[in-house]
Design a protein around this ligand. Sequence first.
Ligand code: NAD
Length: 453
Amino acid sequence: MTGARGDRPGRIVIGTLGLDQHEVGAMAISRALVRHGYEVVYLGRFNTPERLAAVAEQEDADIVGVSVHSWEFIAYADELLGRCRELGVGLVFGGSVLTERDRNDLLARGADAVFGPYASEADMLAQIAALVRRVRTEPDGRRAPEAQPAADAPGPLAGRVVVVTGAARGLGRAYTLELCRQGAAVVANDIDEAALKETTGAVQNTPGSVHPLAGDITEPRCPRALLDAALDRYGQLHGVVSNAGVLRSGPLTQLTDDELRLLLDVHVTATFRLLRVAGGYWRAEAKAGRTVPAAAVLTTSAAGLYGFRAEAAYTAAKAAVAALAPVAADELGRYGVTVNAVAPAARTRLTGWLGEAPPDPAADPWAPEHVAPVVAWLLGPEAREITGRVIEAGNGEISVPVGWHPGPPAPLPPRLSPADAGALLTRLVAAAAPPPALLTAGPVGFQKSGHPG
Ligand SMILES: NC(=O)c1ccc[n+]([C@@H]2O[C@H](COP(=O)([O-])OP(=O)(O)OC[C@H]3O[C@@H](n4cnc5c(N)ncnc54)[C@H](O)[C@@H]3O)[C@@H](O)[C@H]2O)c1
């Protein structure tokens, strides 16, 4: 397919998607493409993902371009993305209804390019030319890798390719080193390029390898760039560790919108997007009959499980991650993916109150190196049955906490009077088990309020 494609001009299937009534944009870009030497297969209005993909396959197209003028395309986007990826065909969306937010969302879901109302013709043509070139180096939708993960390297993770975010420091650095020690190829991301370089240097002399990709994981395109890097570099993706994180503490009444947004972006939104991009890839692989035994490890925190004093926003963000793990596990399990969350406890920048580390990490129960083998095992071949779980690990202890349970039920009468509501709730709360004590930071670690722990 690649050879035949390579000998002729770019071939692009263009149409509108769904019940779209307008084809002005689709016709305009078709004319521009023809003027610039492309072959255009023009399908007009009212197409489904199935029809667009069938024609793309039949015509051996490089790209499917869809013009969208109603919100209906959202219902079709994922199906079309999956089909195009299966075929190894690029997918471009265009339309005057597409906002910046739609654009970011579609790119994060896996679209190759999105052109909103103010896209210039020159920019569209440049991006389409680059996409045609890229698609032609990716026969059958699978990139020709630059390197192979060393399948014969010693270690239980030999041949496995894993993305780790926040890989430059603390826990992420320890995970990256341990994964490489166990033979994996790691695509290592961090916002701090200099620190990432240092981590990359530290994996020399391990059986694995690392490919650094600096970037802010809260950028909508970053998760997709990490998937692309894994496929371009190693030809496959077997695992993701969503670890990047920051902490902002302080009284709830003083935490700012910016701090709240930062915490939700880095812990929740970025984790969600990474799962969506990797999950979309694994789904497409499974649908094409190439199920990948894949694993995702998310990062929650004791704060997200029990609540941490003076860390309201961080607690809320980490609780969201803990809740995400079992739902993602349920959904992605059918495509061969396990999803678990780890609540680590380790001496890092985030836990500065623990003080200086002793010189020998082996003698320090708080060293991140002790959490790393747990994460590595969850990514490996022996952990295929473990999914939807939260695992707490660190400071010499490991456990599998379990979450909310319904309390003893009582009937809820219709339209309670205020007095009845008061009587009922007072009785139920008095009979319920007390909630776990909040944690606080202390010199010997996380402490349950009032109980050193
Ligand atoms: N240390 C603990 O005891 C502890 C406890 C519970 C949860 N956690 C979680 O573990 C994870 C790792 O934290 P750590 O303790 O190793 O902290 P750390 O500060 O040592 O490491 C975090 C890394 O994430 C990177 N990072 C931050 N924002 C990023 C972004 N937008 N894009 C890419 N990289 C980014 C940082 O540059 C840093 O290298 C975090 O999610 C944290 O919330 C840590």
